[in-house]
Write a protein that binds this ligand. Structure first.
Ligand SMILES: Cc1cc2nc3c(=O)[nH]c(=O)nc-3n(C[C@H](O)[C@H](O)[C@H](O)COP(=O)(O)O)c2cc1C
Length: 296
């Protein structure tokens, strides 16, 4: 999986997950569980299995190169421009809050419609209410997005202040698993999670693994987009939250190693195509670029 043991990106990989004592260790080894995920989950419904197939087998998913969801930036106009620049990059919408979709049903086109040329395109939704996330996924389904993504990385006061929402969801992986199951059951597209590597003091590699393990084992999620810095929920601005916490790519590459049958997209601090190539060569299934796709 990780092709070059000497690449600088791999210089300081965290220890393997097995070597880190967990508060509540899973009853079986991660590798064994994920290498046999479709047969080992006796409670999997057929719809969940369908989603596993969709997300793993679709040749376009996970995307090798994608443009990040960015509020007020990746709107319809920007995406049309981006599509003129690149035929194949996956484009992510700005985050649309589940409640907006549910409560604006008379005017859904305003929030969800896009010209067909924008395919492949993923809708990012945000929320913390299972019922509304389910309804939002069902309502969005008719717009034929190529994937639905749940925001578990936004530290913004506007969002994070509304209870357990955005990056705060990382503190409740059981809820995220339920939310992802609810979303997957209500849409035909593959589902994914976009998260940070941690939140506040919950920033150890083992806690990140715990999050990924619980979400993947409790839902059809097989694709994680990982912004390789933690979120600080102490009131610093969203912009500062994209600069101050240091990037720790070694956590990302640790996930690649420790969850071999999941798919991981690297995000954060990638500024040029050489860095995209380097990450792919080191085993990343995909790379997501945010600010550089807009500013450069
Ligand atoms: C203006 C702006 C708005 C953003 N809005 C979102 C958002 O709606 N949802 C989300 O998951 N991340 C959002 N992000 C974070 C980006 O998706 C990305 O994770 C972050 O910018 C790090 O990637 P980069 O270093 O390539 O920019 C936003 C970033 C910026 C700059």
């Amino acid at each position: 999986m990780i092709k070059s043991a000497v690449h600088p990106l791999l210089a300081s990989l965290p220890p393997t997950y097995y070597s880190i004592p967990l508060k509540n260790p899973p009853s079986r080894s991660f590798n064994r569980f994920f290498c046999h995920s479709s047969s080992s989950s006796s409670s999997s419904s057929s719809s969940k299995n369908n989603n596993v197939k969709k997300s793993v087998q679709d040749p376009y998913f996970p995307p090798r190169f994608s443009v990040a969801p960015m509020m007020d930036w990746t709107d319809n106009h920007y995406r049309t421009l981006a599509r003129l620049i690149s035929k194949h990059a996956w484009l992510y919408t700005e985050m649309v809050v589940a409640e907006t979709i549910v409560h604006k049903q008379d005017n859904l086109d305003r929030f969800l419609s896009f010209p067909r040329e924008q395919h492949p395109i993923a809708l990012q939704i945000g929320g913390s209410n299972l019922n509304n996330l389910s309804k939002a996924a069902a309502l969005a389904n008719s717009y034929n997005y190529d994937a639905i993504n749940l925001n578990c990385g936004c530290p913004s006061g506007k969002v994070a202040g509304h209870g357990c929402f955005g990056a705060r969801l990382m503190l409740n992986p059981k809820f995220v698993a339920e939310a992802m199951s609810a979303i997957a059951e209500n849409c035909d597209a593959p589902v994914s999670v976009k998260c940070r590597i941690g939140v506040d003091d919950h920033d150890s590699y083992s806690e990140l693994c715990d999050f990924v393990y619980k979400v993947a084992s409790g839902s059809p999620t097989r694709h994680f987009i990982v912004h390789a810095r933690k979120a600080l929920l102490n009131g610093i601005s969203p912009a500062a939250n994209r600069k101050i916490p240091p990037l720790k790519y070694e956590y990302f590459f640790g996930l690649l190693r420790d969850f071999p049958s999941l798919q991981f997209t690297m995000n954060g601090g990638v500024t040029c195509i050489n860095e995209v190539d380097a990450a792919i060569q080191c085993g990343a299934h995909g790379v997501m670029v945010g600010r550089a796709a807009y500013n450069k």
